[in-house]
Design a protein around this ligand. Structure first.
Ligand code: RFL
Ligand code: PHB
Length: 393
């Protein structure tokens, strides 16, 4: 299908932010074109986040792509925080009345792509050298190369949904953005394996050997992580070593239920906190990882992309219905207020649970005190629960 030369919203990136924005806009009668640098196979094959807040599920319902999610997603009413071999159960349902849903980002992405293509919406795959033009005048344009040809798209607005390494944020003059960043001196080594999960709920564990997380994708597919070095050599981590490390770090109760098996995916992710403000420059609006990154220790990355998209979609739809730019003008402040709270929560979870200092250090003592307090205080558990299930949009 030839790509159109004009649309209302030009969207860069077919990750969850770009795909969900396109779908929600369509539901509300606003047209868009998505430009994606990678192939469909690549985008559908990436293994990333796994936990959806109820607010994210509601947006997927509004977008009309929640049928499979409701059939296959796993409802989790709580989570366990492993501490000195004694897990602390955080009862989301009892403390907040809410739950989270375990359903992989890969599946969310596949559902959104299928809906987009079924509805005749354009996705340009393998769009190379995307360039943003006229961001600050009233005639924004996107150009790119595909199939050996130069293409151009005129639009009213550009949505920069192209992730942390994308071109959108880099197209804003450095003087117009303030960035805030913390790079953590460790990474997560993740594996996916077709074995039953060791627990029916997620386990986040602090251990003197380093952090570990037991997660899942389905009753027959597990996702595990161990804290590792940033520059970790995957050859140093054969599956047997990862399983051994998981058994030690998750503690004997979980270890007794771990089923081992060959990994079907293995990768190292760096951990970073990052915010670029404001999330708008002229007619360019940033959403998701293009504007901010959280470390994964609170499962907030994908959910923040969804809340940004909610605010941006609402503002664009209001503009097309009424001509008012008020919500567009408030978009950055509205989105950032929620982003910073999720940044704080993800940073706090990361700091509490990872090994960074010697076990005899003051910092390690603070971590243990934090966890002891969490174990003994309903108020502390409520704070964790209400942030984990997601603050309201
Ligand atoms: P995405 O998913 O990165 O999608 C951006 C899309 O833009 C495309 N792109 C371009 N397209 C056109 N032109 C260009 N110049 C382009 N540059 C990039 C990319 O190919 C891509 O398709 O961002 P989005 O939509 O904002 O979604 C955000 C989430 O993906 C992200 O927050 C989470 O996945 C973060 N994250 C995790 N979050 C969790 O909550 N739990 C996790 O376990 C978790 N694991 C992860 C992760 C992110 C990872 N990354 C980014 C390396 C594991 C990894 C490895
Ligand atoms: C995952 O299942 O990939 C996952 C779950 C919870 C997190 C991070 C990743 O905090």
């Amino acid at each position: 299908m030839p790509s159109p030369s004009r649309t209302q919203v030009g969207i860069i990136g077919a990750g969850p932010a770009g795909l969900l924005l396109a779908r929600l806009l369509k539901v509300h009668g606003v047209e868009s074109v998505i430009l994606e640098a990678r192939s469909r196979d690549y985008v559908e094959g990436r293994v990333r986040a796994g936990v959806l807040e109820q607010g994210t599920v509601s947006l997927l319902e509004e977008a009309g792509v929640a049928d499979r999610l409701h059939r296959e997603g796993l409802i989790h009413d709580g989570v366990a925080i492993g501490h000195s071999g004694h897990p602390i159960r955080i009862d989301f349902k009892g403390l907040t009345g809410k739950h989270v849903v375990v359903y992989g980002q890969t599946e969310v992405t596949r559902d959104l792509i299928a809906a987009r293509l079924a509805g005749d919406g354009a996705i340009v795959w393998e769009a190379a050298d995307v360039v943003l033009h006229g961001i600050t005048d009233d005639r924004p344009r996107l150009s790119w190369q595909a199939g050996g040809e130069h293409h151009e798209l005129a639009c009213d607005f550009i949505a920069g949904c192209d992730g942390f390494h994308g071109v959108s944020r880099q197209s804003i003059p450095p003087g117009a953005l303030t960035t805030y960043e913390r790079v953590y001196p460790f990474g997560w080594l993740g594996i996916l394996a077709d074995v039953p999960p060791c627990s029916h709920e997620l386990i986040y564990a602090r251990h003197p050997r380093g952090f570990a997380l037991a997660s899942m994708r389905s009753p027959t597919r597990s996702r595990y992580y161990v804290q590792c070095a940033v520059e970790e050599n995957l050859d140093a981590w054969p599956d047997a070593r990862i399983w051994e490390e998981l058994k030690l770090r998750l503690g004997p109760a979980a270890a007794a239920h771990i089923t081992t098996g060959p990994s079907i995916e293995k990768s190292v992710a760096p951990l970073r906190s990052f915010v670029a403000a404001p999330m708008r420059h002229g007619n360019l609006f940033l959403a998701g990882d293009a504007a901010h990154i959280v470390p994964p220790t609170g499962a907030k990355g994908l959910n923040l992309a969804a809340s940004d998209v909610h605010y941006l979609c609402r503002a664009l739809v209001a503009f097309y219905r009424t001509g008012s730019r008020d919500q567009l003008d408030r978009y950055s402040d509205t989105a950032l207020a929620r982003v910073w709270k999720a940044e704080r929560f993800s940073w706090w979870m990361t700091t509490m649970l990872h090994r960074l200092h010697d076990e005899e250090s003051f910092e390690a003592q603070m971590q243990r005190a934090e966890l002891d307090y969490l174990a003994s205080s309903r108020a502390a558990q409520t704070v964790l629960a209400e942030n984990y299930v997601g603050l309201p949009f």
